[in-house]
Design a protein around this ligand. Sequence first.
Ligand code: ADP
Ligand code: MG
Length: 593
Amino acid sequence: MPIRLLPPDVASRIAAGEVIERPASVVKELIENSLDAGATEVAIEVRGAGVEYIRVVDNGCGIPADEVELAFQRFATSKVASITDLESISTLGFRGEALPSIAAVSSVTVVTRARGEDFGTRVDVAEGAVVRKERQGAPQGTAVTVRHLFRDFPARRKFLRSPATETSRIQAVACRYALAYPEVRFQLTVDGSTAFASTGSADLREVVAAVYDPETARAMLEITPDVAESSGPRVWGLVSPPRLDRANRGHVTFFVNRRYVQNRSLGFALEQAYQGFLMERRYPIAVVSIGIPPEEIDVNVHPSKAEVRFRREGLVFSTLQQAVRRTLTAHSPVPEVSRVQPSTGRPAQQQGKASLWPTVDFDTHAPEHGPATGAAMAGHHGESPVKAEDTGTRPTDAPLPSKVLPVLRVVGQVQNTYIVAEAPDGMYLIDQHAAHERVVFEKVRADAVARTANAQSLLEPVTVELDTRLHELLEAQREAIARTGFDVEHFGGRTYLLRAVPSLLAGQDPRQAFLDVLDSLADGGGYESWEERAAYSIACHGAIRAGKSLTYQEMTELTRLLEQCQQPHTCPHGRPTMVHLSAGHLEREFGRR
Ligand code: ADP
Ligand code: MG
């Protein structure tokens, strides 16, 4: 499409008064233009944190000689012609505002040669106006040079951060586009030396290696495609395995139709998918792309086009969540006991006791103080009743293909806490509390959904006095709470009679359990269902404790139940339920191999 001025009705719909805030905004707009031009190579060079000099060179389609000046007029674009086009934007740019906005605050030179033209064209633009235009020999593609950014705009300059910060923002922009377009070769040169380069091999993992490091790239899991062919959104990319986590959300990158976007819901969906796989307050590394028909999104909601709105947000959300969940479940292994420390650098991987992991430290953790595995790592002691702040977000693992455990033969119990079991591939140590928590969690959740919860009547009803918040919650959620197996009767005021509890909680303090379940429901959490929150709380109460001696039958029963779980390898908090000592490892340890 030739570059044309947008008709006023279209222009008024999309005008964002796009403002160039900082050097990185220039780099972003120029890269977007190169990608829209179909470039397979994009070279970015900056000097003086981009304020002095920015140059972006591409091998894209180029700009026809007679259109170059037009490109510098506001609302001149080759990407949108009518209002209907706005409803399905498939290019990164669409407003025709970037080049004029950049030219208004800097000196710009464009050298370009369009496909099929014999000569290139050079145009110099100063203070927004074309000051020179001439023919010039040039390779096909476009080179845009931006000098003296904000020279005449001291106010704008004042808002710039240190050169190092501005440079790193530029680098972040380049890295993001390289991740979004692995088939395009990017090169970023900062003050004469290469700061970042991708190969353009189309292999996302290679770009991740360039942005992060090769080890991280190797460890990342490729999102398992949905086997069912569907017309809904498509999700692809790489996500970190559970043990490769980070302390903040800064390593999560989303692209929608290859546009980098920031979207809280997508972030939520991703974190929900990791529930039960990551410790609390740990976050994944992820490079996730969502492909969706352009008419399903609105990209024109943000001045720098960094946000999108989905017509059917719930669908996108659940598709993303399920895809990541599927990937994690398919890859979640039983942690193997080995002498090799995982390389996540997480400090909590126990000091002293150098070898085994997760380390079982019998000296410092008496069983009555909690299971002696890595529980301390998460700040989670399985023994403690659910605390309010712990109940916010819980797994939302909708039915998923279950991960098969080998058939386990129980051998015995150690420390009244771990079940020792044998399988064809070696030995397993099972944390009885964590394992039972997983079993109870899945059972309660399934019962609540199927409305088949078993209740156990109390010999004597128990009086429970609720605070206003829980009182209101109970009134609003009577039915949901009844579905978990609690039978409560209003006695008057904020007093209730508890007549029955879920049978899984028989033997526990009924009042405390009831209050905890209400608390966890009151918390609201993220997107998980109330069934999950209730199940989580009941599991915490109902699961057998560490330190309890179990009979052989009880242990066998527990391992059978665990084998039937959908996610047998972790408790609902994300701690491992078992560690594996492989046959090969035993052989090596005893020098048999
Ligand atoms: P938009 O990208 O929203 O169309 P811009 O102001 O960024 O607006 O660019 C205006 C027009 O200039 C584009 O529509 C495109 O036709 C042309 N153009 C800009 N940069 C390039 C480039 N690197 N290669 C080819 N054409 C370009
Ligand atoms: Mg543009």
